[in-house]
Design a protein around this ligand. Structure first.
Ligand code: 5GP
Ligand code: ZN
Length: 114
């Protein structure tokens, strides 16, 4: 079993509140939400960050973005708006080294990172 937290969620070894699952991607609620809606979108395949994913598997990066849009639709965020954040590396504040998009909304979340 992988020691990557999000690979373990993909494998079902750690429970998660799933929002959308496709063949290659998974969307689940953040365990410590920073907004009324806070969903993480990941590729099921392990890639460390968005730069690695985009270079190694650009089509899969596109699938992650398509799932981001599907989450926004499912959560009713398309009209009110939302933010998509890829924290990347140490200075970017990334804590889990399996690429994930944060989809946050449901309240005004501001134009800048907190
Ligand atoms: P990062 O700082 O790497 O961009 O974000 C990691 C996110 O993963 C954090 O917002 C954190 O709350 C979330 N997280 C950490 N552990 C778990 C977990 O076990 N389950 C879920 N659903 N989210 C988690
Ligand atoms: Zn992983």
């Amino acid at each position: 079993m992988s020691d990557c937290l999000f690979c373990r969620i993909v494998a079902g070894a750690i429970p998660a509140d799933k929002v959308i699952e496709t063949g290659d991607t998974l969307a689940f609620r953040d365990i410590a939400p920073k907004a009324p809606t806070h969903v993480l979108v990941i590729p099921k395949e392990h890639h460390v960050d968005i730069a690695a994913l985009a270079q190694a598997a650009p089509a899969l990066a596109g699938q992650v973005l398509a799932t981001v849009a599907a989450v926004a639709d499912a959560e009713g965020l398309r009209e009110s708006g939302f933010r998509v954040i890829f924290n990347t590396g140490e200075d970017g504040g990334q804590e889990v080294p399996h690429v994930h998009a944060h989809v946050v909304g449901g309240a005004a979340v501001g134009p800048m990172l907190a």
